[in-house]
Design a protein around this ligand. Structure first.
Ligand code: SAM
Length: 196
């Protein structure tokens, strides 16, 4: 029983692209009400349900309250763009860095499409900045964005820092919705990607 239908998007993406596996350490940005965290807890074996697999870790962050979830640590009432949040994330991570940053964040939509697009792109760019301190080399970011004029800017930035950047439009996203995900794998930790 998932808290929200959004779980099916992450399940679909993960089935296809193998983002999560037992033992990984995951930060779930924009985690409320917690459906993606539920999926992550299962897939990284955060509860040790599979005794033969390594045990992972899930940290959910959101501006809002997130109802408790067994196997996950939550940082509620926290703005990902606030430097204080970064410090708290670093304190809560059991390993120095996470293997995966998930973001299903969405700003409160104004209804002005271009403005909402820009706000969400800026949130994604913030994640990229945070990666420098909290994502391990060869780590992964999966982030939602709304398509628009500045999409290429985010894509370029991701391509500078990750070796493998893909655009994903899950079936489970309703057709009329403009939401898309970037899946960026193999973080190179600030080292410029050698273009071949
Ligand atoms: N993935 C979640 C799930 O499966 O339950 C649903 C996420 S919901 C679509 C988007 C969330 O992003 C909202 O709860 C919102 O509060 C959060 N959010 C938006 N801006 C944020 C920010 N600056 N920092 C942290 N969370 C943010």
């Amino acid at each position: 029983n998932y808290r929200c239908r959004s779980a099916f998007k992450l399940l679909e993406i993960d089935d296809k692209h193998k983002v999560l596996r037992p033992g990984l350490s995951v930060i779930d940005c924009g985690a409320a009400p917690g459906a993606w965290s539920q999926v992550a807890v299962q897939r990284v074996n955060a509860l040790g349900t599979d005794p033969n697999a390594p045990v992972g870790f899930v940290l959910g962050v959101d501006l809002l309250h997130i109802p408790p979830l067994e196997g996950a640590v939550f940082l509620p009432n926290a703005d990902i763009t606030d430097p204080v949040t970064l410090k708290k994330i670093q304190e809560l991570l059991p390993t120095e860095r996470a293997d995966v940053i998930l973001s299903d964040m969405a700003p409160n939509a104004t209804g002005i499409r271009e403005l909402d697009h820009q706000k969400l792109i800026n949130l994604c760019l913030t994640l990229l900045d945070l990666s420098q301190s909290i994502l391990r080399p060869r780590g992964t970011i999966l982030c939602k964005f709304w398509d628009g004029r500045e999409t290429h800017l985010l894509q370029n930035r991701l391509m500078e820092h990750f070796q493998d950047v893909r655009t994903i439009k899950p079936q489970a996203s309703r057709k009329e919705s403009a939401e898309i995900y970037y899946l960026a794998k193999l973080y190179n930790d600030g080292v410029k990607h050698q273009r071949r």
